[in-house]
Write a protein that binds this ligand. Structure first.
Ligand code: PG9
Length: 630
């Protein structure tokens, strides 16, 4: 392209057909667009797209702050009508447009059209952020400007967003602006190490390298990731460790990648930016609706962690609502009648937007609107496929809940049952070979993403039969149930296991096995649907911030929560528990040799290990099921 500062050669008798400037004719549009650079308290200006329904008066403002390009998010399909313009990521377009809200989407500091420096999930001012500004102050300053400079508003603002954009409504709750009347964090990023995007219980989600690369390499994400492999399994095997891969891609130029390399354990860097911990220490002064996806393949930890942290502050019972739907990450603003092969009998996402989100926003943004008739918890029960109005969550737990956990024991003969093992063989074993890690889904493994043809969003509901047939996966199973078995909470793994190595990963899956034949949906015959599964990196067995070598061949106890489930195992179904020691390439391989940091493991560190899972008296492995009596 010609340099814009090159001397322009003009031919007066043959002028350019492109005018010096072009002004789109938007008079017929049903909205007015104002793109403004809003100054923050430190002088940095943030690019803000403001879309006002034409003729709006006393309208509430629905604000999203995003690292994903405000202009793109508000111009999904060029149209003179607001709804098609807003269709797409992060816009509950039907609710926002039909209820006449002013839609504001802003590039966060350091991204796309905004000025300033970018820091991933910028920690609040404090030990991790010495500057006087963070996403809380930027939101405060933005809201102050909006209610002062948009005459069409009634001065009421709600923050809303999904994922990283769900992290932002949580930040708006820290020293909130008085015009902030409600926050709707959906599938929010909350604790990147414990259970959201970067690690799960210490195992690194290495397929997100491409995200870090593109999100950090340039302000407008124009520097794109590259690969020479169709199958991501081959890509990550080629580079051996995530650290070596990062070096091969030049990622030590990227600030956040260097912070990940420097903090492989759950040290102060991660603990001090865990948003649930931050909000637990804040007063709760703004009503919050937390939206959680039961099959959230990206941030399955965040919403419920925040719910646990702030619900105790809700003395009125009106400040915190929780919604749990049978969705993948962000599916609440898409079509919600199915996820992969799993059918829900109705469009659960539209139900959420129409009957839960719409009245909640109206109550706080519309002058004179009625109080929304919402239960403290609105949860979709999978298996039976119906919505529930609940007074609390969870319904069952170790103590303090209406229902009690009940131990589902691994038993000899690959059985599963509520009787503690009384005899038989004491353990089962398999060889975990880092040269042949267990794929987390059928190969070829696709990249993380939502582009056409990618099914990343569905992987949590993939049929687990692929894994159950492997010799390095143990599968324990009950007999077919004769009565419904209901769980409503977080299953807790209590594993007794040994490894011949000095470090090890343990992946545990709680699975609903469909009957061998399902008349109304034949392809579901024998389907193995995971209702809760997660990984635990053995080096953190005695402390999240203190990795320690495992004693080889010694049965050791591992205890960790699986994601919450709200599920009924129906009669004729069986319950299955699978145990394995790799989940590749989503998670980096454990070399099974204890090293200071797995990011720096060498090829020689990767060794086969013999894994044993115990089910003997005194060495019983079980899942504490959050059971609800019928
Ligand atoms: N939480 C989502 C994500 C973050 C980082 C890596 C991959 C996904 C998101 O904000 O889309």
């Amino acid at each position: 392209l010609p340099a814009t500062d090159a001397p322009q050669v003009k031919y007066p008798d043959y002028p350019s057909e492109t005018p010096a400037s072009f002004k789109p004719a938007t008079g017929s549009f049903d909205y007015v667009e104002r793109d403004v650079m809003i100054p923050m308290r430190d002088g940095v200006k943030l690019n803000t797209v403001i879309l006002i329904p034409r003729g709006a008066q006393h309208a509430g403002i629905v604000l999203t702050r995003t690292p994903y390009d405000a202009h793109q998010l508000t111009h999904n399909s060029m149209s003179g009508h607001l709804e098609p313009l807003l269709e797409g990521y992060d816009n509950a377009a039907d609710v926002i447009v039909e209820d006449g809200y002013i839609r504001v989407v802003q590039d966060i500091r350091g991204k796309y059209g905004s000025e300033g420096d970018y820091v991933m999930n910028r920690p609040v001012h404090g030990p991790l952020n010495p500057t006087p500004v963070d996403d809380a102050t930027d939101t405060y300053d933005t809201i102050a400007w909006l209610v002062k400079n948009i005459p069409e508003t009634n001065g009421k603002v709600a923050t809303i967003g999904i994922s990283y954009d769900g992290f932002e409504p949580l930040m708006s709750l820290v020293h909130p602006h008085p015009a902030l009347k409600a926050a709707v964090p959906m599938n929010p990023m909350v604790d990147g190490w414990m259970g959201d995007d970067w690690f799960h219980h210490g195992a690194f989600r290495q397929q997100n390298l491409s995200y870090i690369y593109e999100q950090e390499a340039s302000r407008d994400n124009k520097v794109k990731w590259w690969t020479n492999y169709r199958d991501e399994y081959d890509l990550f095997m080629h580079y051996v460790s995530a650290g070596a891969m990062g070096d091969a891609y030049g990622m030590r130029q990227l600030g956040f990648w260097n912070k990940i390399l420097a903090h492989p354990a759950y040290d102060a860097f991660w603990q001090q930016q865990a948003v649930n911990k931050l909000l637990a220490a804040q007063p709760l002064t703004v009503p919050v609706m937390l939206v959680h996806s039961l099959w959230d393949q990206e941030d399955i930890y965040g919403a419920l962690a925040v719910y646990r942290a702030i619900k105790p502050k809700d003395t009125s019972g009106d400040m915190v609502k929780l919604v749990m739907g049978p969705w993948h990450h962000g599916q609440e603003i898409e079509e919600g009648s199915s996820l992969g092969a799993i059918r829900f009998g109705s469009d659960t996402a539209k139900y959420f937007r129409e009957h839960i989100l719409r009245p909640f926003l109206a109550q706080y943004l519309k002058d004179g609107a009625p109080k929304a008739d919402l239960a403290p918890v609105t949860a979709f029960q999978t298996g039976t496929n119906h919505w529930q109005r609940l007074d609390r969550w969870p319904l069952a737990c170790a103590d303090g809940c209406p229902g009690k956990d009940r131990a589902l024991y691994l038993q000899p003969g690959m059985r599963l049952g509520f009787d503690a093992p009384a005899g038989g063989n004491a353990w089962d074993e398999y060889v975990s070979d880092p040269a042949h890690p267990v794929p987390f889904r059928a190969r070829p493994i696709q990249p993380v993403g939502y582009d056409n043809g990618l099914t990343w969003s569905q992987w949590l509901v993939d049929d687990q039969r692929e894994a159950s047939g492997r010799t390095d996966v143990l599968s324990y199973e009950t007999a077919p149930l004769t009565a419904p078995l209901t769980i409503a909470g977080a299953p807790v793994v209590n594993l007794v296991a040994s490894t011949s190595g000095t470090d090890s990963d343990w992946v545990v899956k709680l699975i609903d096995v469909y009957p061998d034949q399902v008349a109304e949906q034949p392809e579901m015959g024998g389907y193995q649907l995971a209702v809760a599964m997660d990984i635990f990196r053995g080096r953190y067995r005695t402390g999240w911030d203190t990795p320690a070598a495992l004693t080889p061949d010694k049965p050791l106890a591992y205890r960790f929560e699986l994601p919450a489930a709200n599920h009924v195992f129906l009669p004729g179904h069986r319950i299955m528990v699978q145990v394995q020691s790799s989940w590749f390439p989503l998670y980096d391989r454990n070399p099974q040799t204890f090293v200071p940091s797995i990011f720096e493991a060498t090829p020689a560190d990767y060794v086969k290990a013999t894994q044993r899972v115990y089910h003997a008296p005194g060495e019983a492995s079980y899942i504490a099921l959050p059971m609800v009596s019928h």
